[in-house]
Design a protein around this ligand. Structure first.
Ligand code: AMP
Length: 402
């Protein structure tokens, strides 16, 4: 069965068509600038040439219509008709406390996702638009929602509660939810597989270090803590997001800079993180590493501070689980930055961690980078959120048709 995976943002849409049996990607692409002038479709069949078509996309329905047109195109398409798409898996950012697992999308499910819109006002409405557009164009194709928050729903209360008046949790569901759940789940499972161990018997820490970054503690196959919170702003230092700060800074900066709370929040989300720390040099680690290697303070302080926070969380999560068997690095920075992995791990010698420098120098490969006698295994596991969504979608559709 072919599964179409859709990841819909407010003005963009990424897609992949995946053969659920072979787990091979058949085609992929994205629509950019939906609803904005200059929108374009990028489409690439596996092993084929990338096509870029600038064409008007006033809304998401038009974008999905173009995607389906590209997939079924006589010359460059990969399927003869839409009948060959067995199901659609939608990435949904926030499932609140309602969704602890992926689910077949029904009218009731859509209402329940809408009820979480307040928790992710930028993302959930866009995800819902994508679902709506797909349902219009493929009314008989089953749709599945896969939530970024679902994997973290197993966190115990002591991990997800904030030290705030309890009524805020009861009235407004103010608590820690965590994100990147599909990635944390995929990578931790894959790590157990690679090590030939039983997933349910392991203590794993996953460091998802991309433009957004989060860490999770996975004990016996269940997430017990993760660094992002009510929103993806909490936790690690990210590309442009601050991660953990003293909340009093919001008021302090608002006064000093004569900014509103909304304006300060924009600074925390868009102008902070490694971009802010490097004084605007870049949010991209490739640029920051160049600066680090050149011995410039901007690169040195930024990457050191970033890696320090990663090491700090690994220490905290080792305490949370009373031990750790494997630490995994994934996403853009985790997969491609030997420097960050080294700087984070060099603080963890007390755990009996030692990296094999030759292996750690590789980029983007799935491999164990610790030495054979390292007490804790360190792995690089490239994440594959699309494949994880396709797997979940396929499993639910097969179950439904039993
Ligand atoms: P992601 O959000 O997972 O797509 O990660 C994107 C980020 O990964 C980029 O902004 C870069 O900071 C980082 N990245 C990608 N490739 C490399 C590389 N070769 N070396 C270091 N960092 C990289």
């Amino acid at each position: 069965m072919n599964i179409l995976v859709i990841n819909c943002g407010s003005s963009s849409l990424k897609f992949q068509l995946i053969d659920a049996q072979t787990e091979q990607m058949i085609a992929k692409g994205l629509c950019e600038r939906i609803g904005i002038e200059g929108s374009q479709l990028v489409y690439q069949p596996a092993g084929g040439a990338k096509e870029e078509t600038v064409t008007p996309m006033p809304d998401h329905t038009k974008a999905i219509e173009l995607v389906l047109g590209a997939l079924t195109n006589e010359k460059t398409g990969v399927v003869k008709s839409l009948q060959e798409i067995g199901a659609v898996g939608h990435r949904i950012v926030h499932g609140g406390e309602k969704f602890a697992a992926s689910t077949i999308i029904t009218d009731e499910v859509i209402e329940a996702i809408k009820a979480c819109n307040d928790l992710a006002p930028l993302h959930n409405p866009a995800n819902l638009i994508g679902i709506d557009a797909c349902r219009k164009l493929m009314p008989n194709t089953p749709m599945v929602g896969v939530f970024d928050t679902a994997f973290h729903q197993t966190m115990p209360k002591e991990a997800y509660l904030y030290g705030l008046p309890y009524e805020y949790y009861e009235k407004y569901q103010v608590r820690r939810y965590g994100f990147h759940g599909t990635s944390h789940s995929y990578v931790s499972r894959r790590a157990a597989e690679l090590l030939g161990k039983n997933y349910e018997d392991m203590k794993i820490i996953v460091c998802h270090l991309g433009n957004g970054a989060s860490i999770s503690a996975v004990e016996n196959g269940k997430c017990v803590d993760t660094s992002m919170g009510l929103t993806p702003l909490e936790g690690l230092i990210m590309g442009t997001r601050s991660g953990d700060i003293d909340p009093a800074i919001v008021e302090y900066i608002a006064h000093k800079e004569d900014k509103s709370i909304d304006e300060v929040m924009t600074v925390l989300n868009k102008k902070s993180g490694v971009l802010g720390l490097s004084d605007g040099l870049s949010s991209d680690f490739r640029d920051l590493e160049k600066s680090y290697v050149a011995g410039e303070d901007r690169g040195l302080r930024t990457i050191r501070t970033f890696a320090y926070r990663v090491a700090k969380y690994i220490g905290a999560y080792t305490a949370v689980m009373n031990g750790v068997d494997a630490i995994c690095f994934t996403a853009g920075v985790g997969e491609n930055s030997p420097l960050v992995r080294n700087l984070a791990c060099e603080r963890l010698g007390y755990l009996g961690i030692a990296l094999d420098q030759e292996k750690n120098d590789k980029r983007g490969e799935e491999l164990e980078v610790s030495t054979p006698d390292s007490r804790v295994k360190v792995l690089v596991v490239p994440t594959n959120e699309e494949l994880a969504i396709a797997r979940e979608t396929f499993a639910l559709v097969v179950e439904e048709n039993k």
